[in-house]
Design a protein around this ligand. Structure first.
Ligand code: HEM
Length: 490
């Protein structure tokens, strides 16, 4: 355990910018899933080093994002590694401060498969080596850019890497219903990326956007504010404890008093295909409002409890300012089994509102995924979905808890036989979704609306650690009494 946290405001230059911003103005996204070919580790590191060159200006720090000149950022990369990838590139964790089990075993492992109620036989890729029919991804590069910009990122060499590129869905930012802005819509047509935690210490307390957000959300703004240690390693979390920082060999020799994972985060990544035609059939057979109840928001992003006009244009911070326990205890507006109520039960976990809000802050995710689209032979039926990325500091308490205890729990919220209507367990013999109402509710029969094509756990290092990985030569032999054992930490 670290003895004390560094001052976050002094570390912003070392934190990758995706923890501060979803780069909403960079409307093109591309996700590179790379496997380092055997014997090509040095070339892989050389390519990473190239990406880090200051003149390419591709690695954006949280400090730079916060400089209020964000519109000048025309391209940004985030680089993360699976455990297999770190080992391949010579970054072995120390015996004294090892990586946590979920990260080491990987989302694609048998154990995680059963914990997450997954069936990864169909997966094209994962973070685990040794499945011949599945790519074992070592490096994830997320690339965001302006729609028409030519990229500065040098392409990875197919001789060095096995490459799988997940491309942006060009229709994901669409102007609809006279919306003055092009705002993100996922493939079923819902506005997405509205509800996000605000990381204490990363927000610009004096900045215009934060002031506006506080004004729009009123007192409920504080419900969203979460300690930095929930997302960034090495800082205080919602238990007021310092988030555990694993370390790697040789780091302490170069950076005494620090740990390799300080200022980093973990990413839970899933490529989720969405069956858009099945969703349209469901909408046609029922009514749009049924599908809105399943998600828990209107298509335009308004909360289902919104009392104004259904076409109102409201800021995201207003659209995220609502609770359930008092205003919608029975789920007559937002059903208890809906996607958003499962993913973030807000105040409804505790015996009273403050304890409920406090409890849900222990299980928040910072979502940074984007819709993707893959052309097929049939032009009218491209394969599409969400390249889902959730940042968190503790896989077990955050991503896995939500997945297992809320999303794929058939008894969530006193329900007794249904899981998440959108991302529940696939291929159930019969699947239903309950819409509570008076005098009696309604049960809707559902088909599978999504399927998972791949997934993995990744570590998003701080920028210094990123340079260390790129610079790292082959692992030095372990010297007794060196590195982690003698590391002094702040
Ligand atoms: C294809 C699959 C998915 C679709 C179509 C989808 C769609 C949506 C939509 C439309 C919203 C409401 C917009 C917003 O509040 O930002 C939302 C919210 C959310 N989703 Fe998903 N989602 C998917 C998968 C997942 C998965 C796998 C997770 C986590 C394991 C997840 C976690 C969340 C969270 C945490 C929220 C915010 C809830 C809140 O704070 O009120 N989603 N999702």
């Amino acid at each position: 355990m670290l003895k004390s946290a560094p001052v976050l405001s002094e570390q912003l230059g070392d934190i990758q910018g995706m923890l501060k911003s979803g780069y909403g103005w960079l409307k093109t996204s591309r996700f590179w899933l790379l496997t380092v070919r055997d014997g090509r580790e040095d070339q892989a590191r050389a390519w990473l080093k190239e990406l880090l060159k200051p003149e390419l200006d591709l690695i954006v720090s949280a400090e730079r994002v916060g400089e209020a000149k964000t519109k000048r950022i025309d391209e940004a990369l985030a680089i993360a590694f699976s455990h297999a990838g770190l080992v391949k590139l010579g970054c072995e964790d120390t015996g004294a401060h090892p990586f946590p089990t979920p990260f080491c075993s990987g989302m694609g492992s048998r154990l995680r498969e059963s914990l997450l109620n997954d069936s990864p036989r169909q997966w094209r890729w994962s973070d685990v080596e040794g499945c011949l029919d599945r790519q074992a991804v070592h490096i994830l590069v997320a690339q965001w850019s302006l729609r028409d910009a030519t990229t500065r990122m040098p392409d990875p060499d197919p001789e060095v890497f096995q490459i799988n590129k997940v491309e942006n869905n060009p229709y994901s930012f669409a102007k609809r219903n006279d919306d003055p802005e092009e705002r993100l819509r996922e493939p079923f047509g819902f506005r997405d990326g509205i509800a996000q935690p605000v990381i204490l210490g990363l927000r610009d307390v004096d900045g215009e956007s934060d002031k506006a957000a506080r004004l729009h959300a009123g007192p409920l703004y504080e419900d969203r504010v979460v300690s930095p240690g929930e997302f960034i390693l090495g800082y205080r979390n919602e238990y007021d404890e310092l988030t555990y920082c694993p370390d790697v060999e040789r780091w302490a020799q170069l950076h005494p008093g620090s740990r390799f994972t300080l200022n980093g985060s973990y990413l839970a990544v899933r490529q989720i295909e969405q069956y858009v035609n099945a969703f349209k059939e469901l909408e046609d057979a029922n009514d749009v409002s049924v599908c809105e109840k399943m998600i828990g928001r209107r298509k335009n992003g308004l909360p289902l409890s919104w009392k104004g006009n259904p076409d109102d244009q409201i800021p995201d911070s207003t659209a995220d300012a609502f609770r359930y326990q008092v205003d919608d205890a029975n789920g007559f507006m937002c059903p208890k089994g809906s996607h958003i109520r499962r993913m973030n039960p807000r105040d409804s976990l505790g015996s009273d509102v403050p304890s409920g809000v406090k409890a849900s802050k222990l299980h928040r995710l910072l979502r940074r995924g984007r819709p993707y689209l893959e052309e097929t032979a049939d032009k009218d039926e491209p394969r599409q979905g969400i390249f889902f990325i959730a940042c968190n500091a503790d896989f077990e308490r955050q991503f896995e808890f939500i997945h297992q205890r809320w999303m794929r729990n058939f008894r969530f919220g006193a329900l007794h036989h249904e899981d998440d209507p959108i991302v529940g367990v696939p291929q159930q013999p019969s699947k239903t979704f309950t819409i509570p109402a008076l005098p009696s509710g309604r049960e809707v029969s559902l088909k599978d609306l999504t399927g998972t094509l791949g997934g993995g756990y990744f570590f998003l290092p701080g920028i210094k650690a990123l340079n260390f990985i790129a610079e790292s030569m082959r692992p030095a032999p372990r010297v007794a009494g060196s590195s982690a054992e003698t590391a002094t930490v702040r």
